[in-house]
Ligand binder design. Structure first.
Ligand SMILES: Cc1cc2nc3c(=O)[nH]c(=O)nc-3n(C[C@H](O)[C@H](O)[C@H](O)COP(=O)(O)OP(=O)(O)OC[C@H]3O[C@@H](n4cnc5c(N)ncnc54)[C@H](O)[C@@H]3O)c2cc1C
Length: 398
């Protein structure tokens, strides 16, 4: 199967329950995105029975629309610790579920002395094992630029701890694994309409469980509007595309650029970051205007995912501006050293965001908890959050 299509879940192994209670589980999880499925994996791995309830017939949310970039080293503080804890979870889950997870790291491209200074400062902070500096020629080779053309490159850095997964197969593959476990089931096409202690009410009848985890991402406001409003949950929409890769581009490392450095804490907290913002504002104000994080990742079929922009709304408008797409595509072509890219697909991704902080962990009733990542790093944090949920170290926010 081409990795460019979202595979349908294995319906033979999945179950739906037409009416009534199909049996009580230790844990009921609402939402078959990566946050719900990482929790399902963790619970099943520790011997608990799990029911995942998902309104769609396959995962189609943020978890399949992203870069598949477990962006560990670019986090800082508390999130770095969760991201580092996520890494072994991803590798265990990938092995169990037979999904692609590559220890390919991230290549951060530097095209000015200021960009290189930020990378050097990060290396001074984290050490050479976590941040490996690269010369311009090495960076050009990693990007597969024709003739090793390193004209505009100053250098780069490899962050080897980062992981790559295929976002189009990770959540569907994990869901298949969950459904195939003796204590696991996934109820597709079953929308949750309400939750109370011990019971999840669905469009197909009640589902009972001792512990309920609500992992519905940005749609938390449909089920718990007051909680979502209290945390100021917004929808962040992102413009994405998949393109044919230029002939020489073969790295499985994610590729980040200057605008990425302005968005991820590990870089944005370095002394030269303020100067970098001024510099980018000087030559690429249009990219800052669309909230760009110009980056790309390669899928196992050789095509590349590219993006992205950031726009924030309460409700997502359906319209995608062509200018946003053109700005991103042109910049990525420059990074790869090619004239233009052949675009194969475009889509809009949406994730939960909040000015109040990157995580919403809220106890809603005895035995009922909502877990939503309110920043664009849910793939990175998923397994770390799940591990912390089940060992009791994930603290609820007030
Ligand atoms: C374009 C884009 C790029 C990104 N890049 C990265 C990246 O490189 N690295 C990274 O770490 N993160 C990235 N992210 C963020 C990451 O994808 C999200 O944080 C993460 O996928 C959120 O997972 P989730 O399970 O909470 O949400 P989702 O994947 O949206 O899953 C929520 C699920 O809940 C279901 N649901 C909702 N309401 C109900 C209901 N009432 N009943 C039943 N089911 C319901 C939905 O149908 C959905 O399947 C990106 C996001 C986007 C959109």
């Amino acid at each position: 199967m081409s990795s460019s299509t979202v595979p349908a879940p294995a319906t033979a192994a999945s179950r739906t329950h037409p009416t009534g209670d199909p049996g009580r589980s230790d844990v009921v999880i609402v939402g078959a995105g990566i946050i719900g499925l990482a929790h399902a994996f963790e619970a099943l791995s520790s011997g608990l029975s799990v029911t995942v309830v998902e309104r769609d017939r396959q995962p189609v949310g943020a978890s399949v629309r992203n870069f598949g970039h477990c962006c560990i080293s670019a986090q800082d503080g508390e999130l770095l610790a969760v991201a580092q804890r996520s890494r072994p979870g991803w590798l265990r889950a990938a092995k169990a579920a037979g999904i692609w997870a590559e220890e390919a790291g991230t290549l951060v491209v530097a095209r000015s002395a200021t960009e290189a200074a930020v990378l050097e400062e990060l290396r001074a902070e984290r050490g050479g094992d976590e941040v490996e500096l690269r010369t311009a020629a090495q960076t050009a080779a990693l990007l597969g630029r024709a003739d090793g053309a390193d004209g505009d490159l100053v250098g780069g850095a490899l962050l080897p701890a980062d992981l790559r997964v295929n976002p189009r197969e990770a959540a569907p593959g994990l869901a298949r694994w969950v459904a195939g476990q003796p204590g696991g089931r996934v109820l597709w096409g079953t929308a949750v309409t309400g939750v109370e202690s011990g019971t999840v009410h669905t469009t197909r009848g009640p589902v009972h469980g001792d512990r309920i985890l609500v992992c519905v991402g940005h749609d938390l406001d449909y089920l718990f509007p007051d909680v979502a409003e209290d945390h100021e949950v917004q929808r962040c929409r992102l413009t994405m595309a998949r393109a044919e890769a230029p002939a020489g581009f073969r790295t499985d490392s994610a590729v980040l650029t200057a605008t990425s450095m302005l968005r991820y804490e590990a870089f944005a907290g370095r002394p030269s970051a303020a100067r970098l913002r001024e510099e980018v504002l000087g030559h690429s104000a249009d990219l800052l205007e669309i909230g760009a994080n110009v980056m790309l990742t390669r899928l196992p079929d050789g095509t590349v995912l590219l993006g992205d922009s950031h726009h924030y709304d309460a409700t997502t408008p359906p319209f995608v501006e062509e200018r946003t797409h053109e700005l991103l595509t042109a910049e990525i072509a420059r990074v790869l050293g090619v004239e233009r890219l052949r675009i194969l697909e475009r889509w809009q991704g949406v994730y939960a965001s909040s000015p109040r902080g990157p995580l919403l962990v809220r106890d809603l009733a005895p035995g009922v908890r909502a877990v939503t990542v309110t920043s664009g790093v849910g793939m990175t944090l998923s397994f770390g959050l799940a591990a912390a949920t089940f060992d009791g170290t994930l603290a609820a926010t007030a």
